[in-house]
Structures are given as structure tokens and as C-alpha cells.
Design a protein around this ligand. Sequence first.
Ligand code: HEM
Length: 497
Amino acid sequence: MIIFALLLVGLYSFYYLLPLSLRSKNGQVLPPSPLGLPLLGHLHMLGEFPHRNLARLAKKYGPIMFIRLGLVPAVVVTSPEAAELFLKTHDVVFASRPKIQVADCLSYGQKNLGFAQYGPYWRSIRKLCTIELLSSSKIELFKPLRREALFNCVKAMKNASESRSVVDVTVKIESVIEDSTYRMICGSKDERFNIMPSLREGLKLGGTFNVGDFIPCLGAFDLQGLTARMKACNVVLDGFLETIIDEHVRDAKKLQGQHRDFIDVMLSLMEFNNTRELHLDRDHIKAIVLDMLAAAMDTSSTAIEWVIAELLKNPRVMKLVQEELENVVGLERMVEETDLIKLSYLKLVIMESMRIHPVAPLLIPHESTEDITINGYFIPKKCRVLINTWAIGRDPNVWSSNAEEFYPERFIGTTIDIQGHEFQFLPFGSGRRKCPGLQLGMIVVQIVVAQLVHCFNLELPEGMSPNDLDMSEKFGLTLPRAKHLLAIPTYRLRNSL
Ligand code: HEM
């Protein structure tokens, strides 16, 4: 059976490779590429940390590097200039997403926003999510929810501080983010379900290079055991979505058109507003709701954990952040979101953490919708594009010889911001597929970090020194810390809560 499959792959790849090499002969060369294997292409070179291994290869083969993932052509982009060509100059050609098995399975046939093909459906749901969940007015509306979730967290940590207990800071951060996100999207956190592990697993699977996506006739063999994991995730997540949507439908009758949360809005659109451009059924709603939950929860908590870890590792910077907070807020009260505009050093600290630890190290994969020539290199239609923001963020040619150092002051006097206008720093991407949750994400990261370091001095447990802190990472669509962050908090405000 396996021999038959390999034969099929061999024939298929020969047939598939032929047109590309012929095109190359027409004076259109593919970008430089390492030597690959006949069937796998370069899949075997990705390893456990593809962002790091691709960065190493790019040093030799250049900022626009061609690789073959099984039968799928791919380009890896590893410089600000090249990123600008793909995300700005030719943005429209690269604004689509590839079809991948995990997104198909967990997003009901890629009906979500993050993996939707570029076109009218994507445009409509992006607009819908922006207006109904991510606009400035909605962000303002949900402010009390964030405040309450954070207050509860500070209270629990203050209790722990009284007994000098070690706190699992990772769990605390996740609970604040989960709590406020559930409330925005679903109305409240539902204690019957714990979907966070399945969301995390889904994002891990989303970043895994699945042989079945790249060599379709091997898909049935599920060589990496991914299909079973995807199905297990789907059972948990679909069960959760079915229950909460049923309950929202039931409660909607009592509410008589008053919208409480994002699911209510989606349901009302499904019932009354199905138009020619946007047809929403239950699968669309499940896919979009899940997308918003995953996008809001995992990204923000990953970003916050890295900032706190860097602050623990760099006491000099921690001291400066706390001094700024004392000057702007004072020790008599907690931080409010209205203070954030005045916390300029804190913003630089968050930017610096996102430079070294980008939440999405290769962004979400883009895909070309037509053949195109860039910098004299031929990029075929349906070519996958990986923008290695992790590598760009640590490139000494871009950031000087101290690129690996955590040094927030490097941004002072530059025009670099988080908006993706300057291509050396792309924490939220750039162009058409740029993160629509940027404003909400930044507010959440800023207020949670500010509140935690304003309310508490955080000490590493068991005499651990900052240099002992484990900074290893787990690769997926996002790049969270591999280990939980533990610390002993000491309450430092003069008020008693
Ligand atoms: C610190 C927080 C966040 C970071 C660092 C972040 C980062 C990113 C990045 C890098 C991308 C990929 C861009 C690309 O492929 O070119 C992305 C896409 C996306 N983000 Fe975020 N994000 C954050 C928060 C959020 C939040 C709060 C939401 C919504 C609730 C959200 C929703 C999305 C969606 C829906 C996409 C896909 C957009 C599309 O394909 O059109 N993100 N984000």
C-alpha cells in the first residue's frame, strides 16, 4: 500500500514539477532554494522550530527563498524590503490563504475569517467582525468587563501575596483574558466547558506542517497522527458552540431584539439579514465565533506572558516601568485604561517584547492568487508565502549588533510603530490581512501588564536569578512560552482594594 502511495506521489510530483521548470526556462527563475528531496521537497528541514530553521537557511539563500513543501511551492520572506514587496506593493496578489486540513476541520470548511479565501465572503465577515466586535465604540463598550476581570485577578494575587505563595502567573493571565473575552463574545464564561486547551491545541495544529496538506495522497495515512487530534479538538469545540448557540437562540426570544454579546448579533444577522453578498448559516456562525475566541485569547495571553517574562529577566527595565506608573498613576489607585496614553515607556517595552517574541512568528500563511514576478523571481499561482517576522525581528542588519538584547530604548526617536507601516516590525502583520484586532489586542496587553507590575513586585521563586528564567518557546500558529511563568507577588499599592 505504502509503495503504491509513494509511486503515485513520485508520478504526481514529476507531473507537477514539469510546468514550473519549463516556466523557469522562459527566463523566469525561481528564487534561490536549498537542495530538497524528491518527494518531501524541504519539509524535512523545518524541524521542531520552523521559524528558526528557516531563518538559518535564509542567511544562505537570501530574503526571498523558494522552498517546496511536498508538492506545494512556498516562498519564505526574511527582510523588511522583501516583506514590503509581498505585503504592500503586491498585497492584493498575496491576500489569500491556503486550504489546509486543520482549518477545514476546525473552521467548518474555512468559513472563519483568519483562513477565509480572499474574496467577497472574507471582505463581508471582516467588515462585520470589525463593526460588531473590534471597532473603537465596541472596545469602549466592553471596558467594564475587562476592568472587572482584571480586578478579580489582582484580588486573588493580593491574597496569595499575603501568604507569600508562589503564583502561576500564566494561569492568572489566561484567566483574565478568558474571562473578558468570553463575556464579550458569549455573554459569560461557561463553567461547564473548558475550551482553552482545545483552542491552544487547534493553534498548535494550525502551525504544524501537515504532510497530508503537501502530499495529498499521503493524507489518508495520517503519518503524523494529526487527524485524530483535530477530530478530538473538533468534538470539544463543536459541543461547546452547539450548546451556547442553542442557549442564545432560546434566550433571544426573551430579549426581544436586544443584543447582549457577539453571538446575539451574529444570530440576528442570520435570521434577518442574509443578503446576496453574505449568507450566514449555523456553520458560519460557529466558525466565526471560534475564530474570534481563539484570536483574542491566545494572542493576547501569549504576548502578555512574554512581556512579564522579559521584565523579570531585566530588572532595570522593570524598575523604569514601575517608576513611570508611579509618576502617572501614583500608588493610591489601580491603573485605568485612560492612563495608557501617558505610559509611553510601557508601550516601548511591549513593542520590544513583540519584536523578540512575535505572537505569530510566520504570520498566518498567505497564498498567491496568480503567477507574478517579484525582484526578477517567478512566484507561481497558489504559492504559499511565509513571512518570517521572528527572523526579521532578530536580524542584526536591521536592529544592529544588540538585536538579541531586550532594549526598549531602541525605538526612541524612530518612526517605527505597531501598525505595520514599517516592515522591520510586523507584530500584527500589514496590508489587507493585517490583524483586525490590533486596537483591542494592544489595549488588553497594555492594561494587563501595567496593572500586574503596578500592583505587585514580582519575585522569582526559590532564589531563582533572572538569568535562570527558561525562555523556551512552543511552535504553532502562535509562539507561546513552553513553560509556565511562576512568581511570588508582593502587593505595592497603598490602597486596600
Ligand atoms: C496582542 C494581540 C494580537 C496579536 C499580536 C495579533 C497578531 C496577528 C497577526 C500577526 C495576524 C496575521 C496577519 C497576517 O497573516 O498577515 C493576525 C490576524 C488576525 N487577528 Fe490578530 N492579533 C492579536 C489580537 C487579536 C484579537 C484581539 C483579535 C480579535 C478578537 C484578532 C483577530 C485576528 C483575525 C480575525 C486575524 C485574521 C485576519 C484576516 O485573515 O483577515 N487578533 N493577528
